[in-house]
Design a protein around this ligand. Structure first.
Ligand SMILES: *Cc1c(COP(=O)(O)O)cnc(C)c1O
Length: 437
């Protein structure tokens, strides 16, 4: 399978090149040249298949020409070595718990897959070092750093906004050492993302080192997120849902997660419709209402992994629907909630449904409970474990919550970071010096 750029100004590339490059040279995002359709037979048999089994079939349709069968099977199995249960929260609403992986967030899936795929491509190229640059508002950094820890031929630089990620999140990427360097930027998440984007386009840096991204602009990060849409659908059907009435609601920031769902639908998964749930960063919501896309500066919220003012995968959403606002609106509706509304929902669901949401899941649960028809079954993606936002969640419910041991373990290690003022020249020198060492 070849990959093309959404900007259509650079040549088609192989999967390996798309993964190693991250962003296309014309600043577009890579997309598979075509979307293979999965057979009805496959869809009908989903309820009898295990997660790794169905994930392999989906992976083979997309990556089968580029990765040997045994290797792809192993990559899929190693990626998905944790459970992704579908849990009933309300009459016709289910939570897809994507937080049972090593860093307790859905990003583990994409990060673990990408790390293994890059390791596979590096196997015959022992002398090369691929430098992964990743901007994070919290969860991406931890998932990518842990996914890539110890992968040969890869060095990861995690850029994060100083003082704007929780202590537990920070500990997950600042305490690892080895091939992981954490860079603490005096600025916002958008500033971190801007530094990373600039670096990819910088001539000197690209001559000195091989740079790639592990944000959801990378095809190896966002496409594997398709796997769990198939699994969620299968579990819902097994639980008695009408297979033609399934609605996915995705708490969205950079829109990588929902884009993977849209592609799953394109490849044959019978999803009735999607809801993109936003916090106060309502850029996409406004686009749906007006047809006009106006990026804004992000505002800080309690669902901070979704504090994005210019979602990078918006280009992919447009591309998938041939730039048609009408077509986009026929598949996706939107919702936007303030911190106050997120808190109310989290508290109410804890009391009345005996289910503890994290702030991101709360945005999506609320969107479903306000927008679902009686005939429909709603599945929301519960993207992180509530303990990742311990202080916020405890403040809302007025009770202490238990932190899983594997999360606590990170806090015991020493924090190591490299400070950055946010100035690009300084950041560039920092990278160049680190490579020289
Ligand atoms: C990253 C993240 C999101 C947003 O996902 P996108 O793919 O960027 O839309 C939502 N919730 C949590 C907990 C996250 O970490």
């Amino acid at each position: 399978m070849k990959y093309r750029s959404t900007a259509a100004l650079s040549p088609e590339v192989s999967l390996e090149e798309a993964v190693v490059k991250g962003l296309a040279p014309d600043k577009g995002l890579y997309m598979p040249l075509s979307f293979p359709s999965l057979s009805n037979d496959f869809i009908n048999h989903l309820p009898e298949m295990s997660l790794p089994q169905m994930a392999y079939e989906v992976a083979a349709a997309l990556f089968g020409e580029d990765v040997e069968e045994d290797a792809l099977k192993r990559i899929v199995e190693e990626t998905l070595n944790f459970k992704i249960p579908l849990v009933k929260v309300d009459d016709n609403i289910f939570s897809l718990e994507l937080f049972h992986g090593p860093t307790l967030a859905f990003k583990d899936v994409g990060a673990r897959f990408m790390a293994r795929l890059l390791g596979y491509f590096n196997r015959s190229n022992k002398e090369r070092t691929v430098n992964v640059l990743v901007a994070t508002s919290g969860d991406t950094g931890s998932a990518v750093a842990n996914g890539f820890l110890g992968v040969e031929g890869v060095h990861v630089f995690v850029l994060y906004p100083k003082g704007k990620v929780s202590r537990i999140q920070e500990a997950q990427f600042t305490t690892l050492g080895r091939n992981i360097t954490a860079i603490e930027v005096d600025g916002t998440f958008d500033d971190c993302q801007a530094l990373v984007k600039k670096a990819f386009l910088d001539k000197d840096l690209n001559e000195a080192m091989m740079l790639t991204s592990a944000n959801s602009i990378n095809v190896a990060r966002f496409l594997p997120q398709m796997f769990y849409y198939f699994y969620a659908y299968a579990q819902a059907v097994k639980a008695g849902a009408d297979p033609s009435e399934i609605v996915f609601c995705v708490p969205s920031g950079n829109f990588g997660n929902i884009t993977a769902g849209l592609i799953a639908k394109k490849m044959g998964l019978p999803v009735k419709r999607f809801i993109a749930a936003n916090n106060a960063n309502d850029i996409f919501y406004n686009y749906l209402n007006s047809g006009i896309y106006t990026p804004k500066k992000s505002v800080q919220t309690i669902a901070n992994a979704m504090d994005v003012g210019d979602p990078s995968n918006f280009a992919r959403v447009l591309d998938l629907y041939g730039n048609s606002h009408e077509e986009i609106c026929s598949d996706i509706s939107g919702a936007t909630y303030s911190d106050q509304e997120i808190s109310e929902t989290l508290q109410k669901t804890f009391k009345e449904n005996d289910y503890l949401l994290d702030p991101h899941g709360a945005v999506a649960f609320r969107a479903l409970s306000e927008n679902l028809d009686r005939s429909e079954t709603g599945i929301f993606l519960e993207t992180a474990h509530p303990a990742k936002f311990k202080e916020t969640v405890e403040g809302i419910i007025g009770e202490e919550i238990a932190v899983p041991d594997r999360l606590m373990a990170f806090l015991e290690n020493e924090k190591k970071t490299v400070p950055s003022s946010g100035d690009f020249g300084e950041f560039k020198n920092l990278l160049l010096n680190l490579v020289k060492q």
